[in-house]
Design a protein around this ligand. Structure first.
Ligand SMILES: Nc1ncnc2c1ncn2[C@@H]1O[C@H](COP(=O)(O)OP(=O)(O)O)[C@@H](O)[C@H]1O
Ligand SMILES: [Mg+2]
Length: 447
């Protein structure tokens, strides 16, 4: 089986790492993994242990055509798409036209992430609990929504409709602050909206209280298998201070000891995932792929904040590190339009991942700092290093090449074990000016 994974970050490294090993800890001989474009850190990792069965190749071109050309050149029997942009652009449809099975939703189903207005409409029609909202391109309509929120003493969240690489959401605890944000996003008084087409429409939402959880569901269009709940840490600094990032660490799977009731996954499946699958099927857009539900939990109430249509980063690294399951048969079945085989995706073991970010991240990440100590980190029992923004320099050393450089994980029987291993490993790595959070998983320590 020749599998091509598209993407270049820690998520793709973790997917390749897990898939190559099936349910075990040694690379299997029945499969070959290609990551395009991957990164130099992944390539180094593959070169050491995969016996040539995993490698990185450059993409054969840009955009959807580049992915198809790569899959054809590599004679892919299965393609797995990491990032959202190609999915929203219809890469799965294009691969299908070329006769290549691909794990991921078709363009019409990927709109769930590509348009927040579409996502809200699907939730409303499917009866899925989610924040009250207004989708509009008009300031006068927005003002009415904001005024009502203000009268009720509630906050407002302003979201650009389209993909904005995590920069299109502004949370306004005071409703009155939302209107200038709306005007800015729509580009009132300017030539174009702030995020171009992506913010020609905005979604205004009621600001919900609660704690956030991420739940991943492997979907075959009709049915789904859920991974254990995970929690990421989006702010740059300890105690959730500082700017938003792509994620500074994650823990999972969470259970009742960490305040996630045993019934939660079943409820999310019945009340969120299956109704959304049914609604999309009825719209002629069956969802086959990974549905990532971003949830807000308040007491018994579970409401959907957003859907992503692919594996999330860095939750994927944590969940896959903790899991001893061969995902390949399930991903292949879904890609071929077949039913999901029975599978259990909730591990007993726990995992934590800590992100090592470059100096200046997220605004202006510095490139070129040399990475040292990877081997020493990997010698920590139960630890695993996934490479994200890593490139070689002229001397062949690995250097930082992106904001999030490494995702360093630890696995253990408890979160305390997992966190201790992840931090012991990350503390053996040197990267000048590196930033990391010291409080990943603080809320689940000792529980
Ligand atoms: N209705 C809401 N109530 C409270 N917080 C929200 C709401 N919607 C979004 N947020 C916050 O904003 C973050 C980003 O919003 P999200 O919809 O996930 O957009 P994206 O991930 O595409 O930037 C969420 O993780 C959450 O912290
Ligand atoms: Mg989000």
């Amino acid at each position: 089986m020749r599998v091509v994974v598209i993407g270049s970050g820690g998520r793709e490294h973790a997917l390749a790492w897990r898939l190559l090993r099936g349910a075990g800890s040694a690379p299997l001989t029945d499969r070959e993994l290609v990551v395009a474009p991957g990164n130099a850190g992944m390539a180094r990792d593959f070169a050491r242990w995969s016996h040539g069965r995993a490698r990185c190749v450059p993409l054969a071109g840009a955009g959807v055509e580049g992915v198809v050309a790569t899959a054809v050149a590599e004679r892919a029997e299965l393609v797995i798409i990491g990032p959202e942009q190609p999915l929203v652009d219809g890469v799965v449809d294009a691969l299908a036209a070329a006769g290549i099975p691909c794990f991921g939703p078709i363009r019409a189903a990927a709109r769930l992430e590509g348009s927040k207005a579409f996502m809200k409409d699907v939730c409303a029609k499917a009866g899925v609990a989610s924040a009250a909202y207004l989708a509009t391109g008009r300031v006068d309509e927005a003002r009415r929504f904001v005024d009502e929120q203000a009268r009720a003493g509630k906050g407002v969240v302003v979201k650009a409709d389209g993909l904005c690489a995590g920069k299109g959401v502004v949370v306004c605890a005071r409703a009155a602050d939302a209107l200038p944000v709306v005007e800015d996003m729509l580009g009132i008084g300017r030539a174009a909206p702030r995020f171009g087409e992506a913010s020609r429409t905005v979604v205004l939402e009621d600001l919900l209280p609660g704690v956030e959880l991420s739940v991943f569901a492997l979907c075959d269009g009709t049915d789904a298998a859920l991974f254990g709940a995970a929690r990421d840490h989006k702010r740059l600094q300890d105690d959730d201070r500082g700017p938003n990032t792509g994620g500074m660490g994650a823990v999972g799977p969470l259970d009742e000891r960490q305040g996630v009731p045993a019934t939660l996954l079943g409820e999310v499946k019945q009340r969120v995932v299956l109704p959304v699958l049914a609604e999309l099927r009825a719209r002629g857009a069956p969802f086959r792929g990974l549905l990532f539900a971003g949830l807000m939990v308040e007491g018994d109430a579970v409401r959907v904040l957003e859907f992503n249509v692919r594996f999330g980063d860095p939750e994927t690294e944590a969940l896959l590190l903790a899991l001893d399951v061969d995902l390949l048969p399930a991903l292949l079945a879904v890609a071929k339009g077949e039913r999901l085989p029975p599978l259990s995706l909730v591990s007993h073991d726990k995992a934590a991942v800590v992100v090592l970010a470059a100096r200046g991240y997220p605004d202006a990440p510095e490139k070129g700092a040399v990475l040292e100590g990877l081997e020493a980190a990997e010698r920590v029992e139960g630890a695993q290093v996934f490479c994200a923004g890593v490139a070689p320099d002229e001397a062949g050393r690995l250097v930082a090449a992106g904001g999030r450089v490494l995702v360093v994980g630890g696995r253990g029987a408890t979160f305390d074990d997992a966190l201790d291993r992840a931090y012991r490993a990350v503390d053996r790595i040197h990267l000048a000016g590196a930033q990391l959070r010291r409080d990943i998983g603080k809320s689940v320590r000792g529980r």
